[in-house]
Unconditional design. Structure first.
Length: 118
């Protein structure tokens, strides 16, 4: 199983980034997909989620209206479009795959750094 995030980097406040998480080794379309983030010295919190195979989305209040999660089941990839970025969005962003099949099945990516600074 592999989840590989990409697209992070340094961006100025008000800018945009698009994160990608490309996966392999499991049936992507059967998993709910989530993005989490962990700011320096703080806990990891969920930012956005999208259901399997892609009907409904949820967002943390802090990113509603600015971030959009989407998925492409043909490419086994989930995306996070981040607009109007703020310094408080600075964090390591992690991709997560989740499914319940008699037990919880959960996979994590290695994370990608997003830094919002002028």
């Amino acid at each position: 199983v592999q989840l590989v995030e990409s697209g992070g980097g340094l961006v100025q406040p008000g800018g945009s980034l698009r994160l990608s998480c490309t996966t392999s080794g499991f049936t992507f379309s059967s998993y709910n997909m989530r993005w989490y983030r962990q700011p320096p010295g703080k806990e990891r919190d969920m930012v956005a989620s999208i259901s399997s195979p892609g009907g409904s989305t949820t967002y943390a209040d802090s990113v509603k209206g600015r971030f959009t999660i989407s998925r492409d089941n043909a490419k086994n990839t989930v995306y996070l479009q981040m607009n109007s970025l703020k310094p408080e969005d600075t964090a390591v962003y992690y991709c997560n795959a989740l499914r319940y099949d008699r037990t919880w099945l959960r996979y994590w990516g290695q994370g990608t750094q997003v830094t919002v600074s002028s």
